[in-house]
Write a protein that binds this ligand. Structure first.
Ligand code: FAD
Length: 493
């Protein structure tokens, strides 16, 4: 039989559930990737994340071709055009079954439902596989059958369900190579009615999708593809023992920086979990010594990722631009455009916030500690709607992912799943002194402050303003914190 694997954000050969199942079930196999720039743009996907996705295709095409599996490329406008195009493709390529890995945000689920229906009319089944998460979203619930709303009980239930063991999370092998005769039977291209041609040539550059001016060089520092992702995982496995101690210090490279690869699927969540479980005698948590503490702490982060992926399925209202906590719909967000613009540009006058935003603008990435700091600053101190920050991150992050980003923003804005009370507002100056004690990170991104001492760099002395070109703080963090707390407290009454 002839199978088609529809690849989305799962751009790898190894441990790819849909590809694995297709290879087991079919004698001949082709793969297709469908670019939907209009829908991506409407979701807020920026050039950096789109470029990372598209740049992963060429290396994947080469490794698939070693297995005699052609990778076709098709560009459509949006998700709405996908069902009809796929129906034509299966008919013209004489496909018996289609395989794909499930994507969980609402629009993706709707697109896939429409595809299932369209293919059914052609008598071709499509199998959707669990691959982006460790376990299927919806499969882990509270005693009353609801999805978890808080991380810690979710994590406890996950570990209880899996007996603190690695069993069931072993990565799957790559498909075996098919004979040459298999590759020869697939056409170079086919024409589709009302759409572009389906072709085997992958855009060799980011092409029309572009990369923000000046951003390209930095983004290209993220070597694309499965090999690069595995190299990074391997390198991180050598320093995982330091993770717990150093993971919050942005001047150091002690986190894995695997998020861009996890999000376009150049590496799987099981491959990541396996590395850490191996480093921790197969346990999800616990154990003694720094190796075990580092691995436990990292696995904890992988479970945060899992939690947010499950959340969008259990509570799809978060996919509709709505806060997780309905009462926070009433927050009177500030309309001061200038505050938001200064935040975006890294010109708030609060050095750690500005250094973080400049890191994002220049490299397409930001350290996790700083994501929390800048999100708290925007939503609490500047009382600006979290959705503005969420969108800005989507547009700039090379690892932009709806579930993690929405979860992170709502957590910081106290509109989300955080179990901590709304009066927890990060003090950016204390965070700065604690996690960038020498000001090394600040100086990297704010040359205006390079000459300041380690004591002054966190909160520049008044006489500097206007001279070094660095702005005065956009707000007083103590007063603005108090105001934010009053606003949130008033929602309760
Ligand atoms: P590591 O520390 O090495 O962690 C390993 C992996 O665990 C990460 O690659 C990621 O997949 C996952 N992970 C770690 N922390 C979190 C977390 N808090 N939530 C969910 N998953 C996590 N992550 C994204 O992948 N895409 C986003 O768009 C995104 N937006 C965020 C927005 C805000 C406001 C906040 C507070 C966090 C956001 N995160 C996002 C989560 C986190 O900041 C990044 O995953 C992390 O910084 C990536 O760096 P790393 O790969 O070195 O992480």
């Amino acid at each position: 039989s002839r199978g088609l694997v529809w690849l989305r954000n799962d751009l790898r050969l190894h441990d790819n559930t849909a590809l694995y199942r297709a290879a087991r079930g079919c004698k001949a196999l082709a793969a297709v990737f469908i670019a939907c720039p209009q829908t991506w743009a409407s979701h807020g996907d920026g050039d950096n994340v789109v470029a990372m996705r598209l740049r992963s295709l060429a290396p994947l095409q080469r490794s698939l071709s070693d297995k005699q599996i052609p990778l076709y490329f098709l560009e459509l406008n949006g998700f709405a055009d996908v069902p009809q195009a796929l129906a034509q493709i299966v008919s013209k390529l004489d496909i018996d079954a289609v395989f794909a890995n499930t994507e969980y945000p609402l629009n993706e689920l709707r697109r896939d439902d429409a595809v299932r229906k369209a293919l059914k009319e052609n008598g071709v089944p499509i199998e959707f596989c669990t691959d982006r998460t460790l376990i299927p979203p919806g499969s882990l619930t509270t005693n009353s059958g609801d999805g978890f709303k808080v991380f810690t009980p979710f994590k406890r239930a996950f570990i209880a369900q899996h007996g603190n063991s690695a069993e069931g999370f072993d990565p799957l092998p790559a498909p075996r190579a098919l004979g040459d005769e298999h590759a020869a039977q697939w056409p170079e291209w086919i024409s589709l009615a009302g759409a572009n041609n389906l072709v085997r040539s992958i855009p060799d550059t980011v092409g029309d999708y572009g990369v923000a001016a000046g951003g390209e060089k930095k983004v290209l520092d993220w070597a694309a593809g499965e090999k690069a992702a595995n190299k990074r995982l391997q390198a991180f496995s050598q320093i995982i023992a330091d993770y717990e101690e150093w993971r919050d210090f942005p001047a150091r490279e002690n986190t894995s920086r695997l998020s861009p690869y996890l999000n376009c699927g150049a590496i799987s969540i099981r491959q990541c979990a396996k590395m850490a479980l191996d480093a921790n005698d197969g346990r999800w948590a616990g154990g003694k010594g720094s190796q075990s503490e580092g691995a436990t702490s990292w696995l904890n982060e992988l479970l945060w990722r899992e939690f947010y992926q499950h959340l969008v399925v259990n509570y799809p209202r978060v996919c509709r631009n709505r806060p997780f906590k309905p009462e926070t719909e009433r927050v009177p967000w500030s309309r001061r455009r200038e505050d938001f613009e200064r935040w975006c540009e890294g010109q708030t006058g609060v050095p750690i916030v500005d250094a973080a935003m400049r890191q994002l603008n220049q490299t397409g990435w930001m350290h996790n500690r700083l994501r929390m700091v800048v999100a708290s600053f925007l939503t609490k101190n500047l009382l600006t709607d979290w959705r503005k920050g969420e969108r800005y991150f989507m547009q700039h992050l090379v690892d932009a992912d709806f579930a993690a980003n929405n979860g992170g923003w709502q957590w910081a804005a106290s509109t989300g799943t955080d179990s901590a009370p709304y009066f927890r507002v990060f003090n950016p100056y204390s965070q700065s002194k604690r996690f960038d004690p020498e000001g090394e990170f600040i100086r990297t991104y704010i040359p205006e402050l390079a000459a300041l001492s380690s004591r002054d760099v966190h909160c520049p002395p008044q006489d500097l303003f206007g001279h070094g070109g660095y702005p005065e703080p956009v707000c007083d963090v103590t007063d603005s914190r108090k105001k934010a707390i009053e606003v949130f407290a008033s929602l309760k009454s």
